[in-house]
Design a protein around this ligand. Structure first.
Ligand code: HEC
Ligand code: HEC
Ligand code: HEC
Ligand code: HEC
Ligand code: HEC
Length: 158
């Protein structure tokens, strides 16, 4: 093997290693993830996050409710739990770093409002409904897997 071949090989390996590292490791916690793994009883969903932004030209706000380009958004499941049961009611305050998030659900300062003013979970969708509504709603208008036969395009093993 000549010298040029060796250099070429070294460069190829360096690029390969860098791309694998980039695929697996998030440089900063606040970086948008390349892909998101969503565990659930229907079978794991591998969501191509970066692909949806870069390849399909979507804006952050189309999924994140607000422009989260600069800030780390709160994971969807913090506001859309599996159920608005006692464990959500008792512990959810600890999940929000920013008081402005409280006002997304509470009409006023949640520490001074009366129980009667507390949000009605009926208008906040639970996790599965929120995801299905958002993913499938957009696919209906822009393309992407949709319909009764499409389950296994998102869920591994369905
Ligand atoms: C097609 C919908 C969609 C678009 C467009 C989108 N995101 Fe996301 N994003 C998601 C979903 C779904 C998650 C996973 C949330 C979860 O795990 O609960 C996520 C997760 C994230 C997370 C990690 C939050 C966490 O769970 O810790 C960050 C950061 C993020 N997105 C930033 C962005 C930014 C910045 C943009 C615009 C450049 C963007 N996203 C565009 C759907 C989207
Ligand atoms: C800070 C809390 C909060 C976070 C984080 C959040 N949501 Fe929501 N979401 C709400 C509330 C409150 C509603 C009730 C209706 C409204 O105010 O828009 C809602 C409504 C929805 C709806 C139904 C109404 C609509 O806009 O179509 C969908 C779908 C939805 N959320 C998906 C998501 C997804 C997916 C994520 C993560 C990318 C997410 N939400 C993150 C609070 C949140
Ligand atoms: C995703 C929507 C949502 C967000 C965001 C949210 N809450 Fe709540 N909160 C609720 C719901 C739903 C209840 C239960 C209402 C009920 O049934 O009494 C509740 C109840 C409460 C209660 C009463 C608890 C009890 O034991 O009766 C307090 C206090 C409270 N929230 C404070 C906060 C604070 C502080 C924040 C921000 C750090 C916050 N909430 C963010 C939805 C939310
Ligand atoms: C705002 C619009 C939008 C939202 C929201 C959205 N998608 Fe998509 N999705 C698209 C578009 C556009 C395509 C590409 C369709 C094509 O080219 O045929 C796509 C394609 C896909 C594909 C097939 C190709 C690929 O990239 O893997 C999967 C799987 C997928 N989306 C999963 C999801 C999941 C899971 C969610 C919810 C977490 C979601 N999408 C939310 C617009 C969206
Ligand atoms: C566009 C992608 C997509 C398609 C198509 C899709 N789902 Fe889902 N599904 C999701 C996402 C995303 C979640 C939320 C994962 C999570 O909770 O983290 C989910 C959650 C679920 C759950 C979990 C419920 C739980 O509480 O754990 C079930 C069951 C499910 N889907 C069934 C189906 C069935 C049946 C179909 C076909 C009729 C289908 N899904 C089609 C993306 C999809």
């Amino acid at each position: 093997m000549n010298r040029h071949m060796l250099i070429l090989l070294a460069v190829t390996w360096a690029l390969f290693a860098a791309s694998v590292t980039g695929y697996l490791v998030r440089t900063e916690e606040s970086d948008p993830p390349a892909r998101v793994f969503l565990e659930n009883t229907g079978g794991r969903v591998v969501f191509a996050h970066a692909g949806h932004v870069a390849d399909y030209g979507l804006e952050c706000v189309e999924c994140h409710h607000d422009d989260t380009g600069a800030e780390q958004p709160v994971p969807c499941g913090v506001c859309h739990p599996k159920a608005f049961d006692d464990s959500f009611r008792g512990g959810h305050f600890a999940a929000f770093s920013d008081r402005s998030h409280c006002l997304r659900c509470h009409a006023s300062d949640p520490d001074v409002e009366t129980p009667a003013e507390r949000p009605d979970p009926e208008w906040i969708p639970v996790r599965t409904d929120a995801f299905h509504e958002q993913c499938l709603g957009c696919h209906e208008s822009m393309g992407g897997p949709v319909g009764e036969d499409a389950c296994d395009q998102c869920h591994a093993g369905m």
